[in-house]
Design a protein around this ligand. Structure first.
Ligand code: 5GP
Length: 122
């Protein structure tokens, strides 16, 4: 699958400081901020700062330093928010069937209530 990055997507604008965000954590290669339309009491998006469309694009082309930083940032966000006690869910949507709205890799960190079964019927 070819990945072409659109630098006008909303998360690219957030990374350039053109749109404000509620930052939870910033590291050398990653940014975590609160979702504008939270679907759970805790709903945080974690993104790499580099121009990656989805998880596969990131896994194929990001540097080891970016990948380590990103995975560690996700874990740190969970710890910072105290989620290890009651648990959380990570979701990474990709492409059409994944219903990915913003074409910049992000994982959703969801927590704060029982989240129900993993998938709703289509
Ligand atoms: P996706 O469907 O691509 O996995 O999720 C995109 C997420 O980005 C949605 O949960 C949506 O609420 C969030 N989102 C869209 N625009 C903005 C924005 O301008 N700021 C923030 N913080 N979140 C946004």
């Amino acid at each position: 699958m070819a990945h072409s990055y659109d630098d006008q997507n909303i998360f690219a604008k957030i990374l350039r400081g053109e749109i404000p965000n509620q930052t939870v954590l910033e590291t050398e290669h990653s940014l975590a901020f609160r979702d504008i339309q939270p679907q759970a009491p805790t709903h945080i998006l974690v993104i790499p700062k580099g121009p990656y469309v989805c998880f596969d694009h990131f896994a194929q082309t990001a540097s080891d330093a970016e990948i380590v930083d990103y995975i560690r940032a996700v874990g740190e966000v969970c710890r910072m928010e105290g989620l290890e006690v009651d648990g959380w869910r990570l979701i990474a949507n990709a492409g059409r069937d994944g219903v990915q709205e913003v074409p910049h890799l992000h994982v959703h960190v969801l927590a704060g209530r029982t989240l129900g079964r993993m998938l709703q019927p289509a």
